[in-house]
Ligand binder design. Sequence first.
Ligand SMILES: *Cc1c(COP(=O)(O)O)cnc(C)c1O
Length: 358
Amino acid sequence: MAPVYFTPGPAQLYPTVAKHLQNALDKQVFSQSHRSQAFKDLYRRADVALRALFQLPDDYAIYFTGSATEIWERSLQSLTAANTYHLVNGSFSKKYLDHAKWLGRNAKVLQVPFGQGFSLDQIQVPTGTELLAVTQNETSSGVCVPVEDIHTLRERFPEPLISVDIVSGAPYAALDFSKVDMAFFSVQKGFGLPAGLGVWLVNGRSREKAAALEGKQYTGGHYSIHSLQDQYQQFQTPCTPNVLDIYLLTHVVEDMLEKGVDQIRKETETKAQRVYSFLEESARFAPFVQEKAHRSPTVLVADVLDKPAAEVIAKLKAQGLVVGSGYGAHKDTQIRIANFPAVSEEDMNDLLAQLKQV
Ligand SMILES: *Cc1c(COP(=O)(O)O)cnc(C)c1O
């Protein structure tokens, strides 16, 4: 039997991917020109599906890039001239900050220790901040920022554009997009697709800021908001995009809509609760994140108490269950379990049964 991947990206493929891929091959989709009407129709269809999935306000545009990493850079280039503010609590939020520093921005940071989240009262965004960067789900540590907290940031700090990394939280995270200005993800995590596509959701306010900076500085070249928007109006892209992933994403999002986002969220919570309860009761494992409100439902991190984490990972692998290792310095002591929609309740029950035995 093929193994099940509980890795936080690349991750288990969504169950319908194989069928859609075969259909695309049969229809020779990947040989069609990206300037053809067929591609425009595909992009339009992706746009309709993603708007429905995220309940996007009408003023949002949807762009495709190569990765989420690229969107870190492009968003800073297109939307900021000087001042950014970053909530950092792990490796991915730190990388957004790194990009701001590399670009010479005056990047301010609120950093909390690995494994902790943010309490709203700690957050003081300085006046003059152009972009506030929030990583909704820190894949490295298994800490999430509850979406209600992100919505509260909008009320407290109306000035900066709020940029939300939803790479490992989407489609679970029920973000109210009217309370942020842009968000982004890549497709190899919660969407269960092959890697190589970034999706950038950008509102009108962000585009106004981008237009104000256009011509005054380098704003990102072919993947600036200006250039992406110019093409998006005709459902086109500045360069030949990852049509394979756009095709698969469109169909998988349609499948998710058919199943119902609420149902996906309910299942995610059920599976997460089962794992966290086990970790709390176990003498050999413990949940790494202490604060319950900050425990991610989509990437669950466990401390392994009685043996090297690599031993647990190897034993599970022998049973056809592939979990992620701890991130960076936590490789020897932690495992990470992705709880994305592609992982079924049965898969998670199988994993729990094995975890009880290792
Ligand atoms: C994986 C990940 C990224 C980077 O995604 P790429 O597709 O590798 O660019 C960014 N942010 C978070 C939270 C991630 O988990």
